[in-house]
Design a protein around this ligand. Structure first.
Ligand SMILES: Cc1cc2nc3c(=O)[nH]c(=O)nc-3n(C[C@H](O)[C@H](O)[C@H](O)COP(=O)(O)OP(=O)(O)OC[C@H]3O[C@@H](n4cnc5c(N)ncnc54)[C@H](O)[C@@H]3O)c2cc1C
Length: 272
C-alpha cells in the first residue's frame, strides 16, 4: 500500500466516520463524513464502501436507500466447543493456535438435514488437567457450523445517526439440528482417538465467530440481492459495496481470503 499512501494525487483521511452519501438519479455524487466533530463532504465519480457487514448497510440506509434487502440476512458461522480427555497423548505443542482441521463433516448427504461443519483443534485449551503427568492430555475442539441467512436478523437505523441498531432474532433449525446431532454422536465421532471418558459438549453456542457476513448480499437481480456479482449496486452503478456484507451464505470457512479476492475482482471490473 506504500505507493498509495505517498502518491501526490491521493489524500488519505484517517480517523473519520463516513455517515452517508448523496445521489442524483442513478449515481452517487458525494459522501458525507465526520472528523474531529466536524462534518465534510467529498465529491466522487465512484464510491467504494468497505465498512463491513454492520456499517455498509447502515451507511446505505442513512443515505435513504430503500432496497428491501439492505441490512437483512445478517449471518455468521456458529460454533460449539468440545472438550475431551486423552489417554497417553500430549496434545499441546508448537507455536500455532490451531493445529488441525477436520473436514469429515464438511460436506455430504447430512447437509440436506443439517449444517456443514469444520472442526478445529485448539492448541490453547481453556483448562489443563490437574492430574500428575496428564496436564496436556486434553483436546479442545471447536465445531464450526454453516448458518442459513434469515431476513429477521438485521441491521437497522437507530435514533443515533452514527450507530446502527443490530437485531438478532434466531438461529435456524438447520443449525439447531446440527448441535443435536453433534451431542448425540460426539463419542462415535471421536472414537478413533484414545479418549478417556465421554466428551463434553458446551451447552451454548460461542457468542460470535467474528466473521460477520450478509446484509448487502451479491446476486443476479435486485429482487434477490443488493449488489451484482462484481459488488456493484444494481441501480447506483458507480457504487461498490465491498467486504463480508456481500456474502449470501455463511459456510464454515474463514471468509477473509474470499473477501479480498472479491474486492480485487470488483476493482478490476469497476476501473478497467
Ligand atoms: C479477532 C478476530 C480474528 C479473526 N480471524 C480471522 C481469520 O483467522 N481468518 C479469517 O478469514 N477471518 C478472520 N476474522 C474475520 C475477518 O477479520 C473479517 O471477516 C474481515 O475483516 C471482514 O472484512 P470487511 O472488509 O467486511 O470488514 P472490516 O475488516 O471490519 O473492515 C471495515 C473497515 O471499515 C471501517 N469502518 C466501519 N464503519 C466505518 C464508517 N462509518 N466510516 C469509516 N470507516 C468505517 C472499520 O473501522 C474497518 O477498518 C477475524 C476477526 C476477528 C475480530
Amino acid at each position: 500500500m506504500h505507493d498509495l499512501y505517498t502518491a501526490d494525487n491521493i489524500t488519505l483521511i484517517t480517523g473519520a466516520q463516513a455517515l452517508s452519501f448523496e445521489t442524483q438519479r442513478n449515481s452517487v455524487t458525494s459522501i458525507l463524513f465526520e472528523k474531529d466533530g466536524q462534518q465534510f463532504r467529498a465529491y466522487c465519480d465512484q464510491l467504494a464502501l468497505g465498512a463491513n457487514a454492520i456499517f455498509n448497510p447502515h451507511i446505505m440506509l442513512s443515505s435513504g436507500l430503500t432496497d428491501p434487502l439492505i441490512g437483512r440476512n445478517l449471518v455468521e458461522q456458529v460454533s460449539l466447543r468440545v472438550c475431551v480427555l486423552l489417554r497417553d497423548i500430549r496434545s499441546l505443542d508448537g507455536s500455532t493456535s490451531i493445529t488441525g482441521h477436520g473436514y469429515m463433516l464438511y460436506d455430504g448427504k447430512h447437509r440436506s438435514n443439517h449444517a456443514a461443519c469444520l472442526m478445529e483443534n485448539y492448541n490453547s485449551p481453556r483448562a489443563i488437567r490437574p492430574e500428575r503427568g496428564k496436564h496436556t492430555a486434553v483436546a479442545d475442539l471447536k465445531f464450526i457450523f454453516e448458518e442459513l441467512p434469515d431476513p429477521g436478523n438485521r441491521v437497522m437505523l437507530s435514533k443515533d445517526s452514527r450507530k446502527p441498531s443490530v437485531v438478532f432474532e434466531r438461529y435456524s433449525s438447520y443449525l439447531q439440528r446440527s448441535a443435536t446431532d453433534l451431542r448425540n454422536n460426539i463419542d462415535d465421532l471421536l472414537s478413533a482417538l484414545p479418549v478417556e471418558g465421554p466428551a463434553i459438549v458446551e451447552n451454548e453456542f460461542e457468542r460470535t465467530e467474528a466473521h460477520i457476513l450478509g446484509t448487502t448480499v451479491m446476486g443476479r437481480t435486485p429482487q434477490d440481492s443488493v449488489v451484482d456479482r462484481n459488488l456493484i449496486h444494481h441501480r447506483l452503478r458507480n457504487l461498490l459495496v465491498l467486504g463480508g456484507s456481500a456474502f449470501p451464505t455463511a459456510s464454515p470457512a474463514n471468509p477473509s481470503l474470499t473477501i479480498a479476492a472479491l474486492s480485487l475482482r470488483a476493482a478490476d471490473q469497476a476501473y478497467r
